[in-house]
Structure formats: C-alpha cells, structure tokens
Design a protein around this ligand. Sequence first.
Ligand code: ZN
Length: 428
Amino acid sequence: MEILHFYRNNVGVHDPLFVRALVIADATGKSVALVTGDFLGAGCDEIRTRVREKTGVDEVWFSASHTHSGRWLVSTPTPGRLYTDELEWDELTEKGPIAERPEELQWNNGVHQAIDEIVAEAQRHMVPVDLRAGRAAAQVGFNRRLAAADGSIYMGVNRDGPVVPWVNVLSAHARDTGKPIAIYFEHAAHPVTVPHGSNLVSADFPGAAVRRIRKHLGDDVIALFGQGCNGDINSFPLRSTHADADAVGHKLGEAVLQAMEQSNVLKSTKLKLKTVVTELPTRPLPPLELVESLLRDNRGDARRLKQLGKIKTILLRGGTPPSRRFEVHGVMIGEEWCLVGLNYELFAQIELWVAKVAPFRWTMVNSLTNGGRAYLGDDEALALGPKGGYEAGSLPSWSGHETMSPSLGSPAVGCEAIVKKAIVELWS
Ligand SMILES: [Zn+2]
C-alpha cells in the first residue's frame, strides 16, 4: 500500500496507527465523542453523520494527528463516482483514486468500521468522572517559515518564529478510585521526525508520547493526541530517524504527565457544543495573460496544466475560484474549559490568540478537525502573494501548496478576520 507524505510504498510497521475515542456526557445526557486518528488527514462528514446515527451521541469530532508516515482517511466512494470532495484531492496521488485500488479501499473501509466500534465501546464503558485541565511547558519543534533576502518564504528551522510553547491536557479520573482513565492532549507540530524515506508506518512523535504516558499510568489508560495549530511548525529534528521520533514523543509524554500533576478539577458540569460554518474566499485568480504564459512554460507537466486549464475556464467566463467551507467547533465546559476545533491547518499564531482572548480559564485548540484538506495562513502570510511560501504562496510561484488544491489558490487576504470572528461566535 501507499503511505504518505511523501508518497512511498509501505512494507511494514514501526509502530501501529490507532483510532481512539473519548465520549463525554453531562448530567443532562448531552454527549460528544472525541475521536482521534493517526492519519495525515481525513474527510469527516460521513464519519460524523454515521457515528451520530449509530450511537446517538449529539456530536462527533474527528481529529487527525497529521502523521506523515500513515495515510489519508477518505470517505467511502459512492457507486459510479470516483471522487468525493476529499477524493478530488486524491486525484493528485501517485496511484489514482482509491475506488480503483481494492487493497487500499479495504483498509479504508476497515478504519471506518473501527471508528464506529470504538465509539460504541467507549459508550459502553462510561463511568462517572472528574475532569481535570492542565498545561505544562513543551516544545517539540520550531517554526518552519524563514524569509530570504527578497522576502520570499522558504521552509527551514526558524528558532525565533512563533510556536505554541505548551501542551494542553484534559484528563478524566474515575470518581470512585481517582484513577485517570482517559487523557486528551494537544500540542502543535507537524509529526515529521520519522524520515520520509522510511517504508514503515508510524504515528511519529504523537504515538511515542502516548506510549510514554501509558508506560507511567498503565495500559488501561486511553491517551488521545489532538494536533494543535501546526501549520507553520515542524517537529525537530526533521526527517531524521524512528529513534529520534521516539525520543521527541517521550519528551512530550513527560510534559503531559507534568501537566496532569499541576492540573485543576473542573467544577462546572455543563457541556455545551457549538459549530459555526462560514465561507472563506479564495484570492483573485492570476490575470489571463499570466495564465497563458504559464500554460506555455509548463507543457509536459500534466498536473499543472490541469490546474491552469481550470483557472483559464473560470477566467474566460468571468467567474471566481471556489471558496472554502470553514468550520469551527467548540466543546465548552461551563466557563472553565473550551476546546476549539478547526477544519484546516492553521498557524500557531491563531492558537496563541485563542489562549489570550478566550473567556475560559483553560483552552485547547485542534486544527485538522472535522476536515483538514489544506493550509490556512494568516493575513500576513497571505499578503505575500507569490512570495508566501509553501503554506500561503500563489502563482506564478508553484511553491504554494494551495495552487494545486480544488480551490486553485490560497485563501484571500482578509480570511484571518473571518476565522477569528467565527471562533468568537462560539463563545457568544
Ligand atoms: Zn501539514
């Protein structure tokens, strides 16, 4: 089978990939299933709807760890259709749509089934708990955006750039024994310490962090990792060795244990769930003249020609590029604790902003939650246009990730305000 990113054939397992579930309900019966998985990303609408229907929980959140030594979990292909919303992105993989790869489709279906089963299993094992929230200093990587002399952004180790210098932890402790039974933790960094040449699947540092936590607290403890606002952060060392990934995760696991030690019991018992959906406009398309010259310059590159062809078609009919559906999800416990979930890969700056302005004692932020196809840079990055680098760049530079996306370009400048407004709306 194919693993990514980068694409390579898988020949075995360094450490297994997991899906994990934590179901929380309040005294009124309102409930949420927090599901995490060791995936690069995932299409989630189908999962969320199906699990809600099968289990009766009010909300389902699906959060991908973004390990770069696993796979993309896609929606189940529907008969007669190769591409769903996420499979359209799959179009760009080396081997074509998953609907035409029986072995990989079987794996994908198996994961879907496992998710249904673990949520139901978590529900069956529910016990009265105290919830505790904590935070401890932690840093497993560095900001990865560096500016060249001409202002162009390139990827490297930016020791002075923004990071989220902590790990956030929510732990559930059985009321009768005080023993922790589940730990949900969040830190922001791309899991990219496993070398991209390794042909073994791995959960990278988040998997190693879970192993460290369970070694201390016991194998009956479920530890779930939710990725933070990692869009501009890489773990360190980058693409090094499996052993280094284990060491990085070990360090994070220690920080989680420390955060638990200095955590506080949440006194509130009221669970609130809210979702805000909005649209993010895509930046204006490049002028036709530029597109024509790019079409000439990129003869022989089928993928680029395909994107340019789509852009040209829209320009000729005077249209605008497809916008993005942006969703923010809030799980709030009284006025003490809030988990914000975002369906894109956002920059650390957003998480730092949430921590500063949120009207809660404790905050956690997960990107790559209930979706997560791509990057969403802040306005400062988006305003750099072609110089914006991998996460935010635009044509005529091909380095921008979003040029190859179904939206045909990066989000427009101004999206940062839309994102912040949507997050604030969770709290109103
Ligand atoms: Zn990423």
